[in-house]
Write a protein that binds this ligand. Structure first.
Ligand code: KIV
Ligand code: ZN
Length: 526
């Protein structure tokens, strides 16, 4: 069971608390995520909080399967106002709290344990006495011994049992005992031990739902909640992205998606994470840091070359296994879940800066423009692009990488530029006439071979170009919208064993390959 406390614990921690319309928008976002219990505020604390709840009830904005929760201290006037705020609600949880730790008892209340227990019992009674006024509503009850994790566990059990005795819960109508790690004061296993001890020693455990409410002072709110669940708790309170007092409440998104990662559907829907982040940031004025688990902009991104390479291979394997109709388990290096499950795009995964390698460069060119550089050519172009990116000192876009590829290969017209190319074929023998601009001089050359490329190689070498051979050749169509329809890649090899790649684009595949030969020769001398 999940309960969002964004509109109460999260809200009370904001420098500028949310206004009614911001709260309404965030409430709707929480409902879209699938929260069935939402703490909507502390209605007795301010007019805004009261007005917000009235708006939810009077405008019938609370879905039938959602229960709103309201917080109140154990003071009769505040309880009275809280009951007024709930008039007409279909179902609600009234959440009573008082603080129980030795420091709070001594410093804030100046009271001993029996008086602290009496505060909790009195508060419970005041709420119970007013239930007939809410007769048409399904009202449940939650009690929190605030600062539970800093409280002696024996005393926590004692006060909770006193509250239970006052309220009279049953297995069929349990109360919620919410056990807050109000301030993280120990390692998460200690909190879990406290939860386990509490559960083992509570009388009438069957009449209580055990709820966790962790904060993040030691940065272990998630761990404390996960261990608390293993210790036997039933319910989790938290906020989106961990908003809340000081270092924040538990980030409920993280715990839910950690379960999801392990194959347990949490029953919460984060399939449009970007929209959720956008609504959250606008309503709360907070920002989601780029490395926030799951929600952050960079959490699926790899800049490092070796990571990119592994991810690229993993995604290929995943795609081909799926295309082959095999039921595949997500198991891709460096990606804990499929980013598309939370509405993120694969194109965010691989981004290129000076730490990236040929794999990332090749991935972006292919993904964005359908340019499938041959493997060996990737080895040549990768370092060229990397040097350029290093010089620029920042992340580069796929468009910038394409411009680098064009500058290095396609746009090379020195010392050779192809001006025209014609072929004739007789009985499988091809003759060609090529017009070239050779270092500023117009020349026309002729050659023969068993295909246009062979004929062109013959024409060039007959004209005095040092002997070379075509070592590799490949070509493919380019994505629609790229203007030219085909790209050809050619690797030439000269006598001393040196090789160079060239590339050419044209609407005519034959011309693309001839241009690729010219590009490779230009790069040999350039
Ligand atoms: O952190 C806390 O202890 C609280 C209580 C009011 C539940 O927010
Ligand atoms: Zn709290």
């Amino acid at each position: 069971m999940w309960c969002s406390v964004d509109l109460r614990d999260g809200n009370q921690a904001l420098a500028v608390p949310m206004n009614v319309s911001q709260k309404l928008e965030l409430f709707e976002a929480l409902v879209r995520c699938g929260f069935k219990e939402i703490e909507v505020g502390f209605p007795a604390a301010s007019n805004t909080e009261f007005a917000f709840l009235r708006r939810l009830i009077e405008d019938k904005r609370i879905p039938d399967d959602v229960t709103v929760q309201v917080l109140v201290q154990a003071r009769e006037d505040l309880i009275e106002r809280t009951v007024e705020s709930l008039m007409g609600v279909r179902q609600a949880i009234i959440h009573l709290y008082n603080s129980t730790s030795p420091a709070q008892r001594r410093i804030v209340f100046g009271l001993d344990k029996p008086d602290i227990v009496r505060i909790a019992q009195r508060g419970t009674r005041w709420i119970k006495e007013r239930l007939p006024r809410l007769a048409g509503s399904n009202i449940r009850f939650q009690y929190s011994p605030e600062s539970f994790s800093a409280t002696e566990v024996e005393f926590a059990v004692e006060i909770c049992e006193a509250v239970m005795a006052e309220w009279g819960p049953t297995k069929e109508r349990p109360l919620i005992l919410n056990l807050p790690d109000t301030v993280e004061v120990a390692m998460p296993n200690i909190y879990a031990d406290q939860i386990e001890w509490f559960i083992r020693n509570l009388k009438h455990r069957e009449a209580a739902i055990i709820s966790l409410h962790t904060h993040n002072d030691r940065g272990t709110g998630t761990a404390a909640t996960e261990l608390g669940l293993l210790a036997g708790a039933d319910r989790v309170e938290g906020t989106l992205f961990g908003n809340g007092e000081r270092t924040g409440n538990l980030d409920i998104v993280t715990v839910a998606l950690n379960l999801y990662m392990n194959g347990i559907h949490p029953g919460l829907d984060f399939s449009n994470m970007s929209r959720l982040v956008e609504v959250y940031e606008r309503c709360t004025g907070m920002t989601v840091p780029p490395r926030q688990p799951y929600g952050g902009e960079l959490v699926f991104t790899a800049f490092s070359g070796s990571h990119q390479d592994a991810i690229r291979k993993g995604l290929r394997e995943w795609e081909s296994r799926q295309a082959g109709g095999h039921s595949a388990t997500w198991d891709i290096p460096y990606l804990t879940i499929d980013p598309s499950d939370i509405g993120r795009e694969y194109r965010e995964v691989i981004r290129v800066n000076s730490q990236s390698g040929k794999g990332g460069v090749a991935y972006l060119l292919e993904d964005e423009f359908g340019i499938e550089l041959p493997k060996e050519m990737q080895r040549e172009f990768g370092p060229i692009a990397n040097d350029e990116v290093d010089r620029m000192g920042r992340e580069v876009t796929a468009l910038e990488l394409k411009a680098m590829l064009w500058k290095e290969y396609i746009d090379r017209i020195q010392p050779l530029q192809l001006v025209g190319f014609r072929t004739e074929s007789v009985d499988g023998n091809v003759s060609c006439v090529a017009k070239l601009n050779k270092a500023g001089r117009a020349v026309e050359i002729r050659g023969q071979g068993n295909g246009p490329i062979a004929a062109f190689v013959h024409a060039l070498t007959s004209d005095g170009t040092p002997m070379f051979e075509v070592a590799s050749y490949s070509e493919h169509a380019l994505s629609a919208g790229e203007g030219a329809s085909a790209i050809a890649y050619i690797q030439v090899k000269v006598k001393d064993g040196r090789t160079r790649w060239g590339a050419g684009v044209d609407t005519n595949i034959e011309l693309a390959s001839i241009k690729a030969v010219v590009s490779a020769l230009n790069r040999l001398v350039g």
